[in-house]
Design a protein around this ligand. Structure first.
Ligand SMILES: NC(=O)c1ccc[n+]([C@@H]2O[C@H](COP(=O)([O-])OP(=O)(O)OC[C@H]3O[C@@H](n4cnc5c(N)ncnc54)[C@H](OP(=O)(O)O)[C@@H]3O)[C@@H](O)[C@H]2O)c1
Length: 267
């Protein structure tokens, strides 16, 4: 019997974590979403009595503290595993290289803020809000969903020069995770930055520019993994992530590792 809280659970990888975990009726699953009334979440919750949907925005300290308080009431004050999965990006500047960023303080802030707010401040507030519950849990695991785009070796191998704000924020997340792991080790709490692989979470038909961008990325990622054929599905990513989370121990605490359980196979 384990309990899990997942932020950014409304869609994509977050919703798949909820789906796979709630399928085991022995688990208690807390799906933290900004809109608890969304149809996808309501449908999942109506089929799973062990799933509780809680309102929470990781970029708003008051909101995430209220979410932790609601979780506390449901679980009796404890939590085994926290998965901080929420993410936001400024889509307009995802294709930009660093030399294209403007000498404009306001514009730069708008490009970096969504990623920093969710990955760094959101990671910090979510972790601190749920920490008292994790301290009382049995597994004592905190996972931040990161990305291989923040791995310097992979950037060097693939030559991926875009996704600047996103990658910089996730690199900050990785350092923050290492700091938490160092601080919380004496309490037996393990903290991991976990890359889920290259996952197709696009809803509906992809517009032509996304199809083209994916072709470019595939070529670049193949420089690191010549066998790579394309994106994996959320089912495979989350199944493998859950295996890595199951094995998380004091040895791997503090690291960025992939859904394949190592620091080599990122896709
Ligand atoms: N897909 C990939 O290939 C890939 C690769 C590497 C890493 N990742 C990481 O994996 C995670 C999930 O990715 P994904 O592709 O599933 O992303 P996604 O489909 O864009 O979903 C992002 C989730 O974050 C939520 N979110 C955004 N802002 C939030 C906020 N302020 N507070 C709470 N939740 C918020 C969204 O909820 P709303 O519905 O409320 O907006 C949504 O549920 C992310 O951390 C991403 O960086 C993904």
């Amino acid at each position: 019997m384990s309990s899990y809280a997942i932020t950014g659970a409304s869609k994509g990888i977050g919703r798949e974590f909820v789906r796979q975990l709630a399928a085991d009726s022995a688990n208690t699953v807390l799906a933290i979403v900004r809109d608890p009334n969304s149809s996808a979440m309501s449908e999942l919750a109506s089929n799973h009595p062990n799933l509780h949907v809680i309102k929470g925005d990781v970029t708003d300290p008051k909101s995430i503290l209220e979410a932790a308080s609601a979780a506390c009431t449901i679980t009796g004050g404890k939590l085994d595993v926290l998965i901080h999965n929420s993410n936001a990006v400024d889509m307009a500047t995802m294709p930009s290289n660093p030399t294209q960023f403007p000498f404009d303080a306001e514009a730069i802030k708008a490009m970096f803020d969504p990623s920093f707010n969710t990955a760094i401040y959101g990671g910090l507030w979510t972790t601190n809000a749920f920490l008292p519950l994790i301290e009382k849990g049995i597994q004592k695991k905190i996972v931040h969903i990161s990305t291989a785009m923040a791995d310097i070796d992979l950037i060097k191998k693939t030559g991926v020069s875009y996704a600047v704000a996103y990658s910089v924020a996730k690199a900050g997340m990785n350092v923050q995770v290492a700091k938490y792991a160092a601080e919380l080790a004496p309490k037996g709490i393990k903290v991991l930055a976990l890359s889920p692989g290259w996952v197709n979470t696009w809803e509906g038909e992809k517009p032509p520019q996304v199809v083209e961008a994916n072709k470019v990325m595939l070529k670049q990622f193949q420089a690191a993994d010549p066998e790579l054929k394309g994106q994996i599905q959320p089912e495979e990513s989350v199944r493998k992530c859950l295996e890595v989370i199951e094995r998380l121990d004091s040895e791997t605490s503090g690291l960025l590792i992939s859904h394949n359980g190592d620091r080599a196979r990122w896709t």
